[in-house]
Write a protein that binds this ligand. Structure first.
Ligand code: G16
Length: 551
């Protein structure tokens, strides 16, 4: 036991867990896994052991408000004090969205940040919990960091924690825990100020106050409620009924905080309610980094959203100097590639995971990036950013004076339409999923030249990425099959699920003929869906007739 400014630091002997390997975005498990004695503490100590820069530095701490958030924050504060952190800024009520953490790390030059969230996964006592670490650039820790924490977690013998009282989180204040300063801060204002620098708030406000547009934003009872209140209602004077589900709840009101057509049902029914319906709808996820954009009876695919943003960024104040390049993850449709070609800028294809965009942003190779999984962002921070994407669209609508649908259709007309769908097979047997992927891997080199229902395979491989900045290589990132008409199928296993395995099948088809842009997506892709099912033998290997979720 050591005394630090009259505070006791206790070394607790612990035993290891073998399942603390972070996935696509941090460590995500069922709440009851995190509730095992020492489980959270072991993982947090592993972070402190690797992120030695936290000693004597500033840590940003907050989460999406799900069950276990408040409890975990008190533990992490005491462990931070015991591990020599100089100062912690923690969000009021323990709330900070993932983009707000990234913003605060960069603004206050913090050594890093800890975000407590399992993102779009359900919460509550029977739901999921998660923890992720962001480094000093504000972005998710790279694989080298997460691999190192995993190695440490496998041999950790003890952790350090201060013998201190819990800190009140329900009001803004500053206090000491031993030698460590704690500031409980406004969760929203720094982030909202950054948004005001990027977008034309006057123009958006006029659009609302003149009655030209009404919006509906679904915070899904997750972290973005307070952000939406401050930004859309207070600073932008949006219509009085603009926000739904805007009170953060520990179980997200029993809902699934995943902003897609299946889970944001209330929002969708409002937008599709006929005359008088709002013209613009949006939703964000548990920790506020994802976004869905919809118009009246109209859905904007996230891959299209990235392409539309890229084509129009120069019209908005924060991007008026143009953009230097773009990036998308492997399974994201190639809609943005077409725009990059026309703009004459580089377009990078990365593995799934926001962490792969960090080096490209830091090296100023890209300004915008995005993923099919409802994520888009820019160089303003190092995370994808839900509210930012909503503001981007609102600003664009205010500039163009067109509806969501008109903007999207005009885009398709100019660049062609990428019909796109993702089929998810959830909670399938992990061994069966691995065997399915291995079978695809074994075939992948011999598929070229094969023809399926008139679609000829041009190239097929297991995607591997060499980071152009640090030359690190990331292998086995998904099987991709490219056809000679620019259609594409990608198969990979999710890295964010907490039950069995989730197979994701991504299918796209490029159509330049505007008279063919009105088909239902699943109809336009029927043949390719059948080809994907047959090459991967999904039905027999997964024992499923249909995907569980289609986006
Ligand atoms: C995370 C990552 C994203 C990724 C998504 C889905 O998002 O940050 O980069 O696209 O998971 O990953 P997977 O397909 O492996 O499940 P979030 O919003 O869950 O943090």
């Amino acid at each position: 036991m050591i005394l630090n400014n009259k505070m006791k630091i206790i070394n607790i002997a612990t035993t290891t867990f073998d399942d603390q390997k972070p996935g696509t975005s941090g460590l995500r498990k069922k709440v009851n896994v995190f509730q095992q004695s020492h489980y959270l503490e072991n993982f947090v100590q592993s972070i402190f052991n690797v992120a030695t820069e936290l000693k004597g530095g500033l840590l940003i701490l907050g989460g999406d408000g799900r069950y276990y958030n408040a409890h975990a924050i008190q533990i992490i504060l005491k462990m931070a004090a015991a591990n020599g952190v100089k100062q912690v800024m923690v969000g009021e009520n323990g709330l900070l969205s993932t983009p707000a953490v990234s913003c605060l790390i960069r603004k206050y030059k913090a050594a890093g940040g800890i975000v407590l969230s399992a993102s779009h996964n359900p919460g509550g006592v029977n739901g999921d919990f998660g923890i992720k670490f962001n480094i000093a650039n504000g972005g998710p820790a790279p694989t080298s960091f997460t691999d190192a924490t995993y190695e440490i977690s496998k041999r950790l013998a003890e952790y350090q924690i201060a013998d201190a009282d819990d800190i009140p989180l329900d009001r803004q204040h500053s206090c000491q825990m031993g030698e460590m300063k704690i500031d409980v801060i406004d969760s929203v204002s720094d982030y909202a100020d950054l948004m005001e620098q990027l977008f034309d708030f006057n123009k958006i406000r006029t659009m609302f106050t003149s009655g030209w547009l009404e919006m509906c934003f679904d915070a899904m009872h997750a972290v973005t409620g307070p952000y939406a209140r401050e930004i859309f209602s207070k600073r932008l004077s949006a219509n009085v009924d603009a926000l739904i589900n805007s009170i953060p709840l520990e179980d997200f009101g029993g809902g699934h905080p995943d902003p897609n057509l299946a889970h944001a049902k209330e929002l969708v029914s409002r937008l599709n309610s006929g005359p008088g319906a709002p013209g613009f709808g949006a939703a964000s996820d548990g920790d506020g980094d994802r976004n869905m954009i919809i118009g009246q009876n109209f859905f904007v695919n996230p891959s299209d959203s990235l392409a539309i943003m890229t084509a129009n960024a120069h019209l908005l104040p924060g991007y008026k100097q143009g953009i230097c390049g773009v990036a998308r993850s492997l399974p994201t449709s190639r809609a943005v590639d077409k725009v990059a070609e026309v703009l004459g800028i580089d377009c990078y294809e990365t593995p799934t995971g926001w962490k792969y965009f960090g080096n490209l942003l830091d090296d100023k190779r890209i300004t915008l990036c995005g993923e099919e999984s409802f994520g888009s962002g820019s160089d303003h921070i190092r995370e994808k950013d839900g509210i930012w994407a909503v503001l981007f669209w609102l600003n664009l609508i205010a500039v163009k004076q067109q509806s969501v649908e008109e903007i999207t259709r005009e885009h398709w007309k100019k660049y062609g339409r990428h019909y796109y769908t993702r089929h998810d097979y959830e909670a399938i047997d992990s061994d069966a999923a691995e065997a399915l992927m291995q079978n695809l891997r074994d075939q992948s080199n011999s598929l070229a030249e094969n023809e399926y229902s008139g679609y000829k395979v041009l190239l097929s491989d297991d995607f591997s990425y060499t980071d152009p900045v640090d030359n690190s290589i990331t292998e086995n990132q998904g099987i991709r099959i490219l056809f000679d008409d620019e259609s594409r199928i990608v198969f990979r296993l999710s890295g964010t699920g907490t039950e069995g395995a989730t197979l994701r099948v991504y299918i796209e088809k490029y159509e330049t003929d505007a008279s063919q842009h009105n088909l239902p997506v699943q109809t336009a892709l029927t043949e390719l869906i059948d080809i994907a099912n047959s090459i991967a033998e999904i039905k027999s290997r997964c024992n499923r007739d249909q995907p569980d979720v289609i986006t």
